[in-house]
Ligand binder design. Structure first.
Ligand code: URA
Length: 443
């Protein structure tokens, strides 16, 4: 086989066979295929797309390119959830403990934040002592003991994705449906769960702006998961506005704890309950209504909060921070951003708000940069609110006061005001299963 023939075939719109895709994936991991040929192939995929069969074959090949976790000796249904990323998206911090409190085994690998989106690993590491870099044995031992563990991705999980993603990032080939689907699903399949729930976000803070595109991506990923023998479904959720009020690592952990105590922001709690309920229902725990009630009961009874505490302790974190979130260190400086005029907050460019939080120190522009766990933004108003001139729209938190001016300007530039309220948007747009797309009633 010759790489130039495979690039030509894809360039002309042909469909590559499983053997041909295996050749590309193995060559990428072994370093046998030069970056310029891999990049040409990725660009050809961007323009020509891939059939459903090609996307599944590519994903399976990428999943098998490194370690495949085998959780089969751990009793119970092993469940995983994955969000395509957003701003203030702290759903794992609530969904994982809710689902574990309801009897599922949550063995989850998460990522760090990059660019405007946050990452669960960074959020958890804001709890003093919390370890996310675990050996395979430690990960399994914690899952076995507590039924829940959220760790960083192991070094050799889907190395083909690591290679291809790094090239996509610098060749403008990230935004291709089959490449996104295979990238996400290769890691999910390698992580070993029986049940996979995807939270595919759409809107100004998401990868994909349009809900139809999010549904199309979700369908592809559900198809792949199902073909690989995993029960897979997706919720399509709104990321045209930050989720909850807190953006930034320890600020988000505090908000998650508040929500598990029953007094967090309603949008965040509703989305978390919907995700947990979907996971439970996918795992065969009951009807959609029964699973929603189970998830709500896990919050009401304190069982979900107890699971978060148990996980924290098992991963070396100080559980007193879960009991008393006021222990989290506050940023040394806090300043408001004030409303420039009276009016309705008509739109929030959510990615831009994420970038403002990065300026304050809450995120990183490049992989590997240090972050400030206490930095971030706490919103006082969100899309749809009426505000008066001079009223605080948000509070900015940082340990680097020189960052305020640029972060304030950046935050304000993300907002659009008007004299009429915007039309309301649904938090949950649709539920995508193997066989159907169920659109939410209030769309
Ligand atoms: N997240 C991933 O892991 N891969 C993509 O391609 C996009 C989002």
């Amino acid at each position: 086989m010759h790489m130039i023939d495979l690039i030509t075939k894809k360039k002309q719109g042909g469909a590559l066979s499983r053997a041909e895709l295996d050749y590309i994936v193995c060559g990428a991991v072994r370093g046998d295929i030069p970056d310029y040929q891999l990049s040409a192939f990725l660009m050809a995929v961007c323009f020509r797309g891939m059939t459903a069969q090609e996307t599944t074959d590519l994903t399976l090949s990428m999943a098998r390119s490194g370690d495949m976790a085998d959780l089969s000796d751990i009793p119970g249904v092993k469940a995983d959830k994955h969000s395509t990323g957003g701003v203030g998206d702290k759903t794992t911090l609530a969904v994982a403990p809710i689902a574990a409190a309801c009897g599922l085994v949550l063995a989850k690998m998460s990522g760090r934040g990059l660019g405007h989106t946050g990452g669960t690993v960074d959020k958890l590491e804001s709890i003093p002592g919390f370890r996310t870099e675990l050996s395979g044995e430690e990960f399994r031992a914690i899952v076995q003991k507590t039924g829940i563990c959220v760790a960083g991705q192991s070094g050799n999980l889907a190395p083909a994705d690591k290679k291809l993603y790094a090239l996509r990032d610098v060749t403008a080939t990230v935004d291709s449906m089959p490449l996104i689907a295979s990238s996400i699903m290769s890691k999910k399949l390698a992580a070993g769960a029986d049940v996979i729930l995807l939270d595919v976000k759409y809107g100004s803070g998401a990868f994909l702006a349009a809900p139809e595109d999010a549904v199309a991506l979700a369908k592809r990923m559900v198809e792949i998961g199902t073909a690989a023998g995993r029960r897979t479904a997706a919720l399509i959720t709104d990321m045209d506005v930050p989720l909850g009020l807190a953006i930034g690592n320890s600020l988000e952990v505090r908000e998650a704890i508040d929500s598990l105590r029953g007094h967090g922001p309603q949008d965040y709690t509703r989305v978390s309950v919907a995700l947990a309920a979907a996971l439970l229902s996918l795992a065969g725990r009951g009807t959609a209504d029964e699973c929603r009630r189970m998830a709500e009961d896990a919050i009401r009874s304190g069982a979900a909060l107890a699971k978060l505490r148990e996980m924290t302790e098992a991963q070396g974190g100080d559980p007193r921070y879960i009991d008393e979130p006021s222990r989290f260190p506050r940023a040394a400086y806090t300043e408001p951003v004030s409303a420039p005029s009276d009016g309705y907050l008509q739109h929030m460019d959510t990615a831009q708000i994420g970038r403002a939080s990065v300026l304050l120190g809450a995120g990183r522009e490049r992989a590997g940069e240090a972050i400030d766990h206490a930095a971030g933004i706490v919103l006082a108003h969100k899309t749809g609110d009426f505000v008066r001139q001079g009223e605080p729209l948000a509070w900015l938190h940082t340990n680097h006061p020189a960052a305020f001016a640029e972060a304030q300007a950046s935050f304000l530039s993300a907002l659009a005001f008007g004299s009429t309220p915007p039309s309301p948007r649904a938090e949950i747009y649709a539920y995508v299963t193997e066989n159907q797309v169920i659109y939410h009633r209030n769309n």
